[in-house]
Design a protein around this ligand. Structure first.
Ligand code: NDP
Length: 287
């Protein structure tokens, strides 16, 4: 598969973050562009942290068609946009900016969509509306997950976080179906849950481990980890060993990229490109 030559008409989109050089997004989007034969290119931008706003302002009008946004710019991206989807507002963060030709900036958040799609693909028996869900963590990823689970009909979302006040802030922002728990209260939160989602940074290769007993979770509860380096985290290993369905963060990453691609290039990614195989190869290469 080779990409068409870059021309004067090539549409440019990209991802902005700091750091951004290990992002898998350019690999996915450029493979999709080549597969679809679209005259487009997707590149990575690392604006200095204090120049992100100026960078985005400079793109008004569509010199770049759109941006994915990653750490640490997701909250600022939402604030810079002229209009935002309900999910972006609920998440308090945007991972997609689209630059309209009239100068307006549209913000969306597809992380929650990616999460729900990953659950649907890797745990097809799971229904978000059937039982309470537990989200570990209270950062940006956790807040987006809570918003998406509520939008999908979750009867209750229990946010478990080391700093309980941050879990309480999510509950205050997102309504009565959200309950806050401290880390030491986690077993109580696990009771009767249909899903457990790790949205902390614990378990990331080279970082602090997530040493979490999941015995208090119902035996059929789905376990998902947003961390995807390593792909099979300790948490997912415990889920599989106990017979619980396990859903990985790489599937979420790939699924959030799909609506971004459509927003930038006007059509869904070509189904014949094996995005997961490409992402796995890139992760192996980076290891
Ligand atoms: P944040 O830095 O905003 O939040 C980190 C969370 O982890 C906080 O709740 C924090 O708790 C908790 N935490 C950190 N260290 C510890 C510790 N030692 N003990 C207990 N809790 C701890 O990160 P994000 O929300 O942006 O991202 C969270 C994870 O999700 C990251 O690993 C990120 O890579 C991943 N992610 C994956 C995506 C995917 O597509 N697969 C998409 C988006 C994110 P406290 O509040 O107490 O500090």
């Amino acid at each position: 598969m080779s990409r068409p030559a870059i021309t004067g008409a090539t549409v440019v989109a990209g991802v902005a973050g700091a750091p951004v050089r290990h992002s898998l997004s350019p690999i996915l989007h450029n493979a999709w562009l080549a597969g679809a034969g679209i005259d487009g290119v997707y590149v990575a931008f690392a604006p200095p942290a204090d120049r992100f706003a100026a960078f985005v302002e400079g793109l008004r009008g569509g010199a770049v068609r759109g941006l994915n946004v990653t750490l640490p710019f997701k909250e600022e991206a939402l604030a810079l946009a002229d209009e935002a989807s309900d999910l972006a507002r609920a998440a308090g963060a945007a991972n997609v900016l689209v630059f309209e030709t009239d100068g307006r900036i549209r913000a969306d958040n597809t992380d929650g969509f990616g999460l729900l799609q990953a659950l649907a693909v890797q745990a097809p028996g799971f229904s978000p509306a059937a039982a309470p869900a537990v989200v570990l963590g209270a950062g940006g990823a956790a807040r987006g997950a809570v918003a998406a689970l509520l939008a999908a009909g979750a009867p209750e979302v229990r946010v478990v976080n080391r700093t309980r006040a941050r879990a309480e802030a999510i509950a205050a922002a997102l309504g009565l179906k959200v309950r806050a728990f401290g880390w030491e209260e986690r077993d109580a939160a696990f009771g009767g849950a249909g899903a457990l989602i790790n949205a902390t940074s614990l378990g990331l290769a080279g970082g602090q481990p997530l040493d979490l007993a999941i015995d208090a979770l119902p035996p059929a509860a789905v376990v998902m980890d947003m961390v995807y380096k390593p792909l099979r985290t300790d948490l997912l290993g415990r889920a599989a060993a106990s017979g619980r369905p396990a859903v990985d963060g790489l599937e979420m990453l790939i699924r959030q990229a799909m609506p971004s691609f459509e927003a930038f290039f006007g059509r869904p990614p070509p189904a014949e490109v094996d995005a997961r195989a490409l992402a796995l190869a890139a992760l192996r290469g980076a290891a």
